[in-house]
Write a protein that binds this ligand. Structure first.
Ligand SMILES: CCCCCCCC/C=C\CCCCCCCC(=O)SCCNC(=O)CCNC(=O)[C@H](O)C(C)(C)COP(=O)(O)OP(=O)(O)OC[C@H]1O[C@@H](n2cnc3c(N)ncnc32)[C@H](O)[C@@H]1OP(=O)(O)O
Length: 237
């Protein structure tokens, strides 16, 4: 959803100012992302660590002087699309988002990414939970491309070989089958040698509470009849 699959029903008052704010939020997230990486890898001694900790605490206080109470949820972006900026996989405002960059292709969605020291599980390898998180996001995005924003009902992940940190990885996701509000998807992560490191089969379901806003599926191809009096959520043209 972060890449703006859905048009927002709420107009933005001043898109240009919002775009500038988004740029600054993105810059902050990237800087803090480097801080996270440096925090994991630094070999500095105690006095330097103490000094940096004090400085970081001061910066945290500064940011919290004006901050959202609780999580961000979904917001309308400067381009008029709905985005979840806090998403830990591709959220523009989240420093731990790798970030995953998605491109649409004929069969679904392709994402190229690389994960650093902050994502380490077994030595030199991506933590299995993050491997699953990447697959969840990519398969979920492929499912959402049908205009159906589903939640993961299950994600069955098979780890075939270690997924290495610091390598250029590709994750592909595709829809296998649509059955009403249920979207069955599958995908895999492939390493630079072309070997599949992990693969997953998943089911995404449009939750009951969201169905009334989306209308009724009119077939198994992701077509919707909007509910009476509503335009529904518009998928990407
Ligand atoms: C204005 C609209 C806005 C919408 C916004 C939506 C947000 C989407 C956002 C962004 C998309 C981009 C991609 C994101 C990627 C990352 C995704 C995640 O990380 S998701 C977080 C982890 N997942 C959860 O927290 C789910 C927790 N579970 C639930 O909420 C429910 O169990 C849910 C939604 C999965 C289903 O519950 P029910 O009450 O809505 O639907 P019931 O009626 O129970 O089931 C419908 C059908 O599905 C089957 N079903 C349900 N669960 C199943 C399961 N685990 N396995 C197999 N079938 C299952 C049922 O048997 C039923 O089938 P029969 O229609 O009778 O044929």
């Amino acid at each position: 959803m972060t890449d703006g699959t859905f048009v927002s029903p709420y107009p933005v008052e001043d898109p240009q100012s919002l775009a500038e704010l988004e740029r600054a939020q993105g810059d902050l997230a990237r800087a803090v992302g480097r801080l996270v990486d440096a925090t994991v890898r630094t070999r500095q001694e105690r006095p330097v660590l103490d000094e940096v900790t004090a400085r970081v605490d001061t910066l945290v206080e500064r940011l919290l002087e004006q901050a959202q109470e609780g999580p961000l949820g979904i917001e309308t972006s400067s381009d008029g699309r709905l985005r979840d900026h806090a998403n830990p996989m591709l959220g523009m405002r989240n420093p731990i988002a790798p970030p995953l960059v998605m491109t649409d292709d004929e069969g679904g969605v392709t994402c190229t990414f690389s994960l650093g020291a902050a994502y380490e599980g077994p030595p030199g390898c991506v933590h299995g939970g993050f491997v699953a998180a990447v697959l969840d996001q990519v398969l979920g995005t492929a499912a959402a491309r049908r205009g159906v924003p589903g939640l993961t009902a299950y994600l069955n992940t098979t780890y075939r070989r270690p997924t290495l940190l610091g390598t250029d990885l590709v994750c592909r996701g595709r829809i296998d089958r649509v059955d009403g509000w249920k979207i069955f998807a599958s995908g895999e992560i492939v390493d630079p040698q072309g070997e599949v490191t992990a693969e997953a089969e998943a089911l995404f379901i449009v939750p009951r509470w969201a169905r009334e806003h989306l209308g009724t599926p009119t077939g198994d191809a992701g077509d919707f009849a909007p509910p009476a009096g509503e335009t529904g959520v518009s998928p990407t043209p």
